[in-house]
Ligand binder design. Structure first.
Ligand code: PEP
Length: 254
């Protein structure tokens, strides 16, 4: 963790969850209340179909709600897409952009992610910007070069600790049960911190850098201790309230 940065744990439900999953959301909203909320910010990003109902569940609780993607435009002829303004209109506060599954499945480039981040800011959403190297890039020793490029081209000027959260997610660790060693994560997060401080100065010192990729209750503690890891982006383990809240509890230090 980074001294003076309140950690944040975000759950990415991906294309999972129908109305029956709302009981888990209700449990998470209840579990996210005091005293844990004083120590950690907790966010759930359900599929778009549940977004509005999720914000009604989280109303009057400290639970934040986010979307998993947005279109760069505010509106228009873009069948099937949703704008950052629509997400805001659902009373959500966050939006994930540049998740590796979007980059792979939908061919999203760094410049697409850049435009989507601007859209989030325009609508008043905090962008959770995902970056991460593939296994081949990791094996070839190119992780830092890839991350530097993604940071430079996915994040617009003007990023600060309120409008932007960075999520480092090695693609090969997502949904695989594999994780980098805490030492590797520490080196990468230090590299990312140095890069954002160099580019954004003070705001870069305060910006949250999450780790994501097979975070579970069993490994959350070792990641949480790594310096410059300011929270977690959690996929599979966020679908069950007990598991997700256990991870949040680790990050709260309680
Ligand atoms: C993710 O999709 O952002 C993620 C980290 O997934 P998982 O926790 O399942 O690896």
């Amino acid at each position: 963790m980074t001294p003076d940065i309140k950690p944040l744990v975000a759950g990415n439900w991906k294309m999972n969850g129908q109305r029956e999953q709302l009981d888990q959301l209700a449990l998470i909203a209840r579990g996210a209340s005091n005293p844990i909320s004083e120590k950690v910010d907790i966010v759930v990003c359900p599929p778009t179909t549940l977004l509005y109902v999720a914000t009604t569940f989280s109303e009057d609780t400290p639970l934040g709600v986010g979307a998993q993607d947005c279109h760069a435009q505010a509106g228009g002829a873009h069948t099937g897409d949703i704008s950052a303004e629509m997400i805001k209109d659902c009373m959500a506060q966050y939006c994930i952009v540049g998740h590796s599954e979007r980059r792979t499945d939908h061919g999203e480039s760094d410049s697409d992610v850049y435009q989507k981040t601007l859209a989030c800011w325009r609508a008043g959403l905090t962008a959770i910007i995902c970056i991460g190297e593939t296994e081949a890039e990791y094996d070839a020793g190119q992780a830092e070069a890839v991350l530097a490029r993604q940071l430079q081209h996915s994040i617009p000027d003007g990023a600060n600790e309120r409008n932007t959260i960075i999520a480092y997610e090695p693609v090969w660790a997502i949904g695989t049960g594999k994780t980098p060693s805490p030492e590797d994560v520490g080196n990468i997060h230090q590299f990312l911190r140095d890069a954002v401080v160099e580019r954004f100065q003070g705001p870069g010192e305060r910006m949250r850098i999450l780790y994501g990729g097979s975070v579970k209750p069993a490994n959350a503690a070792e990641m949480m201790k790594v310096s410059n890891v300011d929270g977690a982006l959690v996929g599979g383990a966020s679908l069950k309230a007990d598991d997700f809240l256990a991870i949040c509890a680790v990050y709260s230090g309680m």
